[in-house]
Design a protein around this ligand. Sequence first.
Ligand SMILES: Cc1ncc(COP(=O)(O)O)c(C=O)c1O
Length: 660
Amino acid sequence: MTKPVSRILVVEDDPLVLRELVKGLNAAARSLDNPLGIVFGGVATAREALAAIEADGDLQAVLADDKLYSLPGSRKRNGRKKLQMSALELVQRITRLRPELNVYILIAQEKEDDVVDALFTEAVDGYFYREEGDYRGIYRILNAQIQEKARTPFTDQLKNYVWMAKDQWHTPGHSSGESLRGSPWVNDFYEFMGEHVFDADLSVSVPMLDSLMEPRGVIAEAQQMAAKAFGARRTFFATNGTSTANKVIFQTLLAPGEKLLLDRNCHKSVHHGVVLSGAHPVYLDSALNRKYGLYGPVPKKILLNEIRKHPDAQALILTSCTYDGLRYDLAPIVQAAHAKGMKVIVDEAWYGFARFHPEFRPTALESGADYATQSTHKVLSAFSQASMIHVNDPAFNEHLFRENFNMHTSTSPQYGLIASLDVARKQAVMEGYKLLKRTLELALEIRKLINSTRAFRVLDLEDLLPEETKKDGIRLDPTKVTIDISGCGYTVEELQRELFDRFNIQVEKSTFNTLTLLLTIGTTRSKVSRLYDALMRLAREGRPARRLVRTPEIPAFTRLRFLPRDAYYCGGELVPVLDDKERVNRGLSHRVCADGIVPYPPGIPVLVPGQVITPRIAEYLAGLLRSQKRTELHGVVFEGYQPCVRVLRPAEEKSLKRIG
Ligand SMILES: Cc1ncc(COP(=O)(O)O)c(C=O)c1O
């Protein structure tokens, strides 16, 4: 196992004092227990300190003098010392760059009160008197605090329990894999998965592993550590993905009939959350990039207008960043929503790493959002389905939240998932900056390499943004790489097949004209080379370029006649989309849909429960069903070969309260 290196930077303007400090602290580190590989290095200026903090991903802490004066060579003409940077400014700049670093201040005894007062609201982890020269004492404290940050309370306890090898008289039925291990039929599964997968698959019957439903022990501790790491007041581990996290928040914030502002482009869990909570959705139209058939963010003007028009809305939810990596300039939007008393939820399913590198910040919470949901599993090292819910809502109703959380959470959560969240947090804090720095370098490199093939072109922010959002301060997460494939001569299906069969490459997603690659902290340089090699070979085949495929444009949202929940829970009836002659069935128009109908791609509902089906929408659905294109139509039911949509019966319509 590779051992960690933990560097600590000492910032001190007096070269003699600096030398003594670094020497003394390193001597202490050598002579005392040092499991984290702590080594001290020094710089004399704030500028050098900030450069080192940016460059050195192994840095874990900074120990800075409370007042950094100019060095002898750059003193004022009268020989007086000039202040380089106050401790306050230095701490603020360090926190802006890397909030996960521990920061300590060296003070002179007589100035203690001033310094501590000035830094009261900043994230300072401790103070030391310079004059004391207690290097071993300083080392012990720094070592202990870095070890504390690197702890994984739940995972450690899980490992302890497994090594205790208790006899199991409880669930799960495989009982540490015993039911599979000796079986001639299924022991291959045991061998394939590995013994610890089964050993660590435990249940609520083990009190020392705490309870996800009512955490008071190691799960509570792990969640508190995650909250600190991600900049939240509270953090909750969700073992059913962000799909469930979104629903839990909706059911906490929205009573039936209360308004929610949302984008039609939100993930389907958001639409399901609307049904479950009984909310009254107000849809904000996301802008369409017609050239590539990509739905982008909601234009800021529309957002601000709708917030103004619906001051009675309880909440606003936005997706940032989107699947394609577009992220909102959130702060002004959050401010406008808060001014009307709305809660802001940001679906950060694709952005759980953002806190750990300044390139990706500010995060939703840093922009003032009340709730952020993150699929830790999508972009950090957690197992699939492991997500986090971060809460900064000052009026957080914990009891209600807990009730809803428990309503959606299995009473037998997978303990491996919880452990993986604990570990993903530790990794993000201890080496997230370093790994993201490398990921960013790879993202830059891969863009250049792909563009150099000439047949493939990476879309940059300008290409991706729909016209009406170009002045909205939207930025691109460079780890999502969307490639225009029209120049390579293959259709998207053919290209994906070639990449998979010939080159062993599976990409994240596609549209008719694009492929999207996802770079994560697990992306390696070898993978980059193999991808480049594959694309280069395909490009050299010299196939003639294709025209960009025109994606059928989803009709604008029409009108909600009933609350989605009311419509969804009606039995309804199935009505065919096409008649006997494959023409659009006129009987479908003006009926009210009971389900969400979602063409995929692009995955945006053309109809939601409670929405009136217009002739234009019926025509659009019929067009998709008749076309040869590879569009799935989620929500359409096939009765034999007959595609149908579930709509409300006239009597059901009469029995429901209309909202529009
Ligand atoms: C924007 C968005 N939100 C939520 C989800 C659901 O996340 P999970 O897979 O963690 O349930 C997804 C999944 O793709 C998503 O794209």
